[in-house]
Every structure is written in C-alpha cells, then in structure tokens.
Design a protein around this ligand. Structure first.
Ligand SMILES: Cc1cc2nc3c(=O)[nH]c(=O)nc-3n(C[C@H](O)[C@H](O)[C@H](O)COP(=O)(O)OP(=O)(O)OC[C@H]3O[C@@H](n4cnc5c(N)ncnc54)[C@H](O)[C@@H]3O)c2cc1C
Length: 355
C-alpha cells in the first residue's frame, strides 16, 4: 500500500481498544503507521466534514455508548532511535506509537535514568505528554526535550520544545489551551547515564528502607506496588479494568484545606506553594462514603484503589458516568470541592460528560 493511501474502516468498535472496555463504535477509523498517513487522515476528515479523535493506547479515555461519529486516527508509528550518546546523557527519538512500558523497560535495561518510576503505566509514548504522566515521584516532562507534532491548524509538522508544551501536574497545552490542535508524532527524551534512581516517594522509600537500589530494582518495586493497587493492566485482575486514576488530586487554597483539617485532623495534603496545597482525591472520595469496592450498577470503585472506577463486566459508559457523577456530588456535598476527572471523554456532548 503506498504510504499516503488510507484504508478507512467503518463502524469499528472502540471498547476493545480501551482499557475500560466500554462504549460504542467509531463511525470511521484509520490506522496511521506513517507521518504521511497521519496527514492524509486529517485531510480526509476535513474533506468529509468529520471530527477527529486521536487514539493512542486507549488507557485514558471513556468512550460514550453511542460511540464517536467522526474519524478515529489510531497513531501506530513505530521506531526508537538513539540520536546522541555522550558519556553522561543519551538522547532518543521515540515514535508516538511505541508502547510506553516497553520503552521504560528498554531504558532501565540500558542503564538510562529518568523514567524508571513510570514503569507499568499503560498506553503509548505519544500519549504521555498529553497529561504529563506521572507516578512515584517522576513526571515524564522532566525527561522530554522536545516533540514533533502534526499541526492540524497549519497542516505543518512542527517541533515543540519542553517549554512550549506548558507541562504542569497532569496537564500540558495538549489537554488545555490547544486541545485537538496537535497530533504527536514522536518524542525526544534526554536521559541520564549517570545519576541515581529517583526515590522520593514514600511507598518506594519504605520499600527500600534507606538502601540505594539499582534501576532494575526500582522498576520491579514500582511494578510490584502498582500490582497491589491493580494499577497495571492484567487480564486476570478485574480491578485493573479501568482508566487508571479517574480523578486528579485537587489543588486548593490553603484556607480551604485548613477548614477541612479543622474538622478532620487526619486530612492529608502535599505542599504546592505558599498559598496552595494538593489534597489526595482518594482521601476525599473515601471520606465522602465511597470506599474501595463500592458498587453502582455495573461500575464500581476498585477494591484495591479508591481513585479507579472499574468496569465490573458489561458496564456501559452510562454506568461509569453515573458512578463518576455520584462521587463528584458526594465530594462536593461533604467538602465543597469540585473534583476534575482525569480521562478524556469521547463522543459526549459535554467535554466533562456532566450530561
Ligand atoms: C491501570 C492504569 C494505570 C494508570 N496509571 C497512570 C499513572 O500512574 N500515571 C498517569 O499519569 N497516568 C496513568 N494512567 C493513565 C494513562 O495510562 C496515561 O494517561 C497514558 O499516557 C495515556 O496514553 P494512551 O496512549 O493510552 O492515550 P489514550 O488513552 O489513547 O488517549 C488519551 C488522550 O491523549 C490523546 N492522544 C493520545 N495519543 C496522542 C497523540 N499521538 N497525539 C495527540 N494526542 C494523543 C488522545 O486524543 C486523548 O485525548 C493509567 C491508566 C490505567 C488504565
């Protein structure tokens, strides 16, 4: 097949392409294995008046029951290339369709530091900058040098520096100010060949109890801790049929936290800056009455992680939304705090799927 020819499929079920496993079909669907095919997909959508949804590994999305009426472009570009290798650092260009955890595994085995704590996060490399994935004390933004992206506004391929991407906690320009404008084609990482593994997170500190572990030990520890929380995809673990954490940890004014702490002496928080703190959403949700294992229809709160909403088998997107809405209402009523969902809602009328 010539590179610029597209094989457009129709009515392709999306549920099997997501980790939550719910939702309807894509009216049109195309696999893009080259940059030319990405461009051709955008052109096809424009000529046919179709909206576009860019699909990675489907691990951070909820597809509506009626599906998506436009064109889904599944980004399947592959290739990992070392572009610079010095004594202290290595620079790699990684295509957006590469599996993220396979890349982390490769880095750990090669002795490259910087992404070891991000072991076990499902999805593809191109999905990681979108919400600036983070876990166990690391964020992907601290290793991203720049990325190449297809700009749907100008039909050009552009290079965006780390600074251009506007990375912050679970955000970037890609899920805020210029949502839907860029299709990430490849990401350039700079990883350290010296350095030490990052052990800042409490769970990891406890795991190693003061000892300095190797990169491989950190990866194995992270995977093992994540497994206990059903935070690695495992066909045999029904609690892992999720989109990961469904809610972000809210960042609130210190005064809001102090009001809560006056009533609940055990209210946890993380410092953000002089006037803001971050409150763990899991604590708010549990205190609002949604314990691990809570069930609502075919949806539930994971038995192993308060932040994960799971498909208990045969759940519809509506089941998931009903539980999400109940959790949000419960936290708002008890604490006066609005939770923000982490996954992207596909095929809903409203970006936050309130209705
Ligand atoms: C069990 C489990 C554990 C998880 N743990 C974590 C965690 O610890 N930390 C964390 O941060 N996240 C976590 N997640 C969420 C998720 O894995 C990450 O956000 C991941 O990076 C999403 O990548 P994806 O390829 O699956 O993207 P998708 O789910 O396919 O898409 C997510 C969003 O990114 C956009 N997108 C995807 N690829 C591209 C591209 N090439 N160009 C432009 N836009 C694109 C999509 O349009 C969509 O808006 C977890 C999820 C699960 C299921």
């Amino acid at each position: 097949m010539p590179d610029n020819l597209l094989e457009i499929q129709e009515n392709v079920p999306l549920a099997p392409l997501t980790t939550l496993g719910v939702g309807g079909a894509a009216r049109f669907f195309v696999r893009a294995t080259s940059e030319d095919q990405v461009a051709a997909g955008v052109k096809y959508a424009r000529e046919n008046g179709l909206q576009i949804f860019v699909l990675g590994g489907g691990s951070n999305i909820l597809v509506s029951d009626r599906g998506f009426g436009g064109l889904v472009i599944s980004v399947e570009l592959s290739g990992v290339e070392i572009v610079n290798d010095s004594e202290s650092n290595v620079e790699l260009n990684v295509a957006a369709g590469e599996d993220w955890d396979a890349f982390v595994d490769f880095c750990v085995r090669s002795g490259y530091h910087g992404v070891e704590c991000l072991s076990g996060i499902p999805g593809l490399v191109g999905g990681t900058p979108i919400q600036n994935v983070g876990a166990y004390g690391q964020e992907v933004s601290s290793t991203i040098d720049s990325l190449r992206a297809y700009d749907r506004q100008t039909d050009q391929i552009v290079e965006l520096s780390n600074g251009d991407c506007g990375f912050a906690y679970r955000t970037s320009i890609f899920n805020t100010t210029v949502r839907n404008r860029y299709i990430v084609l490849s990401v350039r990482f700079t990883l350290s060949k010296a350095g030490r593994p990052t052990i800042t997170y409490r769970d990891l500190k406890e795991y190693f109890s003061g000892r300095e572990p190797t990169l491989d030990e950190v990866r194995r520890a992270v995977l093992s801790i994540r497994r206990t929380k059903s935070m690695v995809i495992d066909e045999t673990d029904p609690n892992s049929r999720s989109a990961g954490s469904f809610f972000k940890n809210p960042i609130v004014d210190r005064a809001v936290y102090e009001r809560i702490a006056a009533e609940f002496a055990d209210a946890p928080y993380f410092e953000v800056d002089a006037s803001h703190v971050k409150i763990p959403a899991a604590w708010l949700i549990a205190r609002a009455g949604f314990a691990k294992g809570t069930v609502l229809g075919n949806a539930g709160i994971s038995a192993n992680h308060t932040l994960a909403i799971i498909n208990r088998g045969n759940a519809s997107a509506t089941d998931i939304i009903n539980l999400k809405n109940a959790v949000e209402a419960g936290v708002q009523e008890k604490f006066g705090i609005d939770l923000s969902p982490e996954p992207i809602f596909v095929g809903f009328n409203n970006a936050n799927a309130k209705n």
